[in-house]
Design a protein around this ligand. Structure first.
Ligand code: FES
Length: 168
């Protein structure tokens, strides 16, 4: 009687081990797939960042000589980005129909720069980077000028051509 129940328990134990062994293989495979699928999509270029023209205002909204912060949707937002899908640029009107758009991202480590109209400079609050009004580096650690976006005017709409920007 004891021999039979012992043999039965051993069979139960082996069956349970097999079940948990298979379960761990399935769960491991599922976790690997969850991690790998986005990476494979990225490597295959399935999530290419889009470059699009974004409306940032109308010509009459900007005074000639002014530098204004404008916001627009990031060119490649993730579905769960929420409000972080919004990004910004500094838009300067330099003539009747001429604009320059600077990225707000500092070329050092990407902190948003601020325009100080009194000093006629862009300042980065993170490590003291300073840029001249034309975007070139005045001082501090930034290795290159502020990136610029192409700007166009369609009827009276000011549009900038968004694209992901490299950060040093
Ligand atoms: S991020 Fe701007 S100076 Fe470092």
């Amino acid at each position: 009687m004891n021999d039979g129940s012992t043999a039965k328990c051993q069979a139960c134990e082996q069956s349970r081990r097999r079940f948990f062994s298979r379960l761990s293989i399935y769960l491991g495979s599922l976790a690997a797939a969850i991690v790998a699928i986005p990476s494979i999509g990225f490597l295959l270029g399935l999530r290419r960042p889009t470059k699009v023209w974004r409306l940032v205002g109308h010509v009459q909204d900007f005074e000639i000589g002014s530098t204004t912060q404008v916001s627009f949707e990031d060119p490649s937002p993730l579905p769960w980005s929420g409000v972080t899908a919004q990004t910004a640029a500094w838009l300067r009107r330099i003539g009747e129909n001429e604009f320059i758009a600077f990225s707000v991202d500092c070329t050092h480590l990407g902190c948003p720069v601020r325009w100080l109209s009194g000093a006629n400079l862009f300042m980065c609050p993170c490590h003291g980077g300073v840029f001249y009004a034309d975007g070139s580096v005045a001082s501090g650690p930034p290795p290159r000028p502020l990136f610029q976006y192409p700007v166009r005017i369609e009827t009276d709409e000011v549009q900038i051509f968004t694209s992901p920007l490299p950060i040093a």
